[in-house]
Design a protein around this ligand. Structure first.
Ligand code: DC
Length: 225
C-alpha cells in the first residue's frame, strides 16, 4: 500500500509520516529531502541554477538514499550523511527553487517510483497524490495556518542549530514560509495542491499523536471500504 502525504512545510508532515510508517511498519520516503539533497549537491559543486547543462549532468550522477538506524532516518548523498546539512534555511530556499524546473521533476519521478516498489510505504512531499502516486490508496493533505507553521519551524530550527538561535526570528521564518508557499503553489509543474480524493486534515489545533491516529484510522476506513 502507498500512503501519500502532501502539504506545505511546517504542517508536521515529516514527523507524522515517520510515525505513521513506524506504527504500521511501512517504509518511509521524504521526497523533500531528495530535492534538498539535490539542491545541496548543486551548491556544493558551485553549479549555477541557470546552468541547465550542468544541472542535467549532476542529475545523472545524483545518488540519493534513505537508511534507518537506531537514531532514526539518515539521508545519504553519495554515501555522505546530509541529514542535518539539508535542513539549513539556505538549502530550503534552493530546494524550492530547483523543484520548479520541469526536467528536474521529470528525472526524479522514476527515482521516487522505484522507492515505492520496495514495499508498503509512506511518502511525503508536495505532489505525491497528484503526480508521483496518483494511484495511492490513501492520500492525505495536511494544512495549518502560516503562523502556526512558522512557530513550529522556528522551534525545529532552534533545536537543530542551537548555535544560530539568536539569528532566527518568528517574523523572518514566517516571511520565508510565505515565500516558499507562494513558490510551491504557483509553479507551473506539479504545484502543491490538494487533489479531490485526498483527505484534508487541518493540523493547527491537533497534537502530533492525534494527527497520527487520525491518519491511521482513515487508512483503516479506506481498507474497509
Ligand atoms: O518538504 P520540504 O520542505 O523538505 O521540501 C523542500 C522543497 O522541495 C519544497 O520547498 C518544495 C520541494 N518539493 C517538491 O517540489 N516536491 C516534493 N514532492 C517535495 C518537495
Amino acid at each position: 500500500m502507498i500512503i501519500a502525504i502532501d502539504g506545505p512545510s511546517g504542517t508536521g508532515k515529516s514527523t507524522i509520516a515517520k510515525k505513521v510508517a513506524s506504527k504500521l511498519n511501512y517504509l518511509y520516503f521524504d521526497t523533500g529531502a531528495m530535492y534538498r539533497s539535490f539542491a545541496y549537491l548543486l551548491s556544493k559543486k558551485h553549479i549555477s541554477f541557470e546552468d541547465d547543462d550542468k544541472i542535467k549532468e549532476a542529475l545523472s550522477d545524483f545518488d540519493f538514499d534513505i537508511q534507518k538506524d537506531q537514531s532514526g532516518y539518515v539521508f545519504l548523498l553519495d554515501s555522505e550523511d546530509v541529514s542535518a546539512t539539508i535542513r539549513q534555511e539556505k538549502i530550503s530556499k534552493l530546494a524550492s527553487e530547483i523543484a520548479k524546473k520541469p526536467y528536474v521533476r521529470k528525472w526524479l519521478l522514476p527515482v521516487q517510483k522505484s522507492f515505492a516498489r520496495k514495499g508498503n510505504i509512506v511518502c511525503e512531499g508536495r505532489d505525491m497524490g497528484s503526480v508521483v502516486f496518483p494511484e495511492a490508496e490513501v492520500k492525505i493533505f495536511l494544512t495549518a495556518t502560516p503562523e502556526i507553521r512558522a512557530e513550529r519551524r522556528l522551534k525545529q530550527l532552534i533545536e537543530k542549530f542551537p548555535e544560530k538561535a539568536s539569528a532566527y526570528s518568528f517574523e523572518k521564518v514566517l516571511e520565508e514560509i510565505n515565500a516558499r508557499d507562494h513558490q510551491d503553489t504557483t509553479r507551473k509543474v506539479a504545484p502543491l495542491k490538494k487533489v479531490d480524493d485526498a483527505y484534508l486534515l487541518d493540523t493547527s489545533n491537533l497534537t502530533i499523536d492525534e494527527i497520527v491516529d487520525e491518519v491511521i484510522s482513515y487508512k483503516k476506513t479506506k481498507e474497509e471500504s
